[in-house]
Write a protein of this length. Structure first.
Lengths: 193, 85
């Protein structure tokens, strides 16, 4: 799986190439594996399941690549949608409805197989992560896609299977909820309200 | 009338959230292995090979086969009895 030959990344061209030549799927894999793994890891909270679901996501994408059509959303949204569905099934199957605390992610698992983590030493950031971990998993996913991936409401809606308006509304409510918690824990003053 | 007053409050939260979500990377061994597995799958597909689920017999085929066998047995038994008289 070579990753050479593409100077400037172009989703559509690469997808088109991968449809003609399956070996070109390697370019898509190399480009997206870190992001998809990161997304799944934050949702399931352990390296073992993150690896399993990441593998399944890419094999499913590989198997169904011909079904992908450009409908105005980036290829990444299609890929995240596959990962989102796999994680949703994982929650359903294992009855693990609660998101794992982000603090737990640091200490859990075998250090040898643990993904490399870039830790922030900032105490406020740690406290903020603790607050985010108390949100339900839908809101955590929303924040992840907005702030880590920088996706638009429409793209997040495509991934989460909701309308753009519903995402906008959920985003607003989530930020207000976060703000209340941040004020309560002294991360923000309530001057803005 | 809440929205205009909420705006700066929300901006504060958005600003705090920027870069707050930790970045993780998959272990290199996993990354490499999965890449190789996908490469093999791509190679198989390019060679015209594909892994398919074993086709299951249709319900109709099972039903028709069962009826045919039952009828054959009944007719055979009937003929044997008539010939035996």
């Amino acid at each position: 799986m070579s990753s050479s030959g593409v100077d400037e990344w172009n989703d559509l061209e690469t997808v088109r190439a991968a449809k003609k030549d399956p070996a070109a799927f390697g370019l898509l894999y190399e480009h997206y594996v870190d992001r998809i793994y990161n997304y799944i890891y934050h949702r399931v909270g352990n390296a073992h399941d993150a690896e399993d679901l990441t593998s399944r996501a890419f094999f499913r994408a590989f198997a169904h690549l011909d079904a992908y059509e450009d409908k105005g959303y980036p290829f990444s949204a299609w890929l995240y949608r596959i990962a989102h569905n796999l994680v949703a099934n994982w929650y359903r199957d294992s009855k693990r409805r609660q998101m794992v605390s982000l603090d737990e992610l640091v200490v859990r698992g075998d250090p040898e197989s643990h993904p490399e983590r870039i830790l922030s030493s900032d105490e406020d950031a740690q406290l903020l992560q603790t607050i985010i971990a108390t949100l339900d998993h839908t809101r955590q996913e929303l924040l992840y896609l907005k702030f880590h991936e920088g996706l638009s409401n429409a793209e997040v809606g495509t991934i989460m299977g909701r309308t753009e308006g519903a995402i906008k509304s959920l985003y607003h409510r989530t930020l207000l909820q976060l703000r209340r918690e941040m004020v309560k824990r002294g991360l923000l003053t309530d001057e803005g309200e | 009338m809440g929205r205009p007053r909420e705006a700066p409050a929300i901006e504060q939260v958005e600003s705090a959230l920027q870069g707050s979500i930790a970045q993780v990377r998959p272990p290199e061994s996993f990354r490499r292995q999965l890449g190789e597995s996908l490469g093999m799958a791509a190679h198989s597909r390019a060679a015209g090979l594909s892994v398919q689920a074993k086709p299951r017999p249709s319900r109709w085929a099972v039903f028709i086969t069962s009826v045919t066998i039952a009828l054959s047995v009944t007719i055979t038994v009937f003929l044997v009895r008539r010939l035996g008289r």
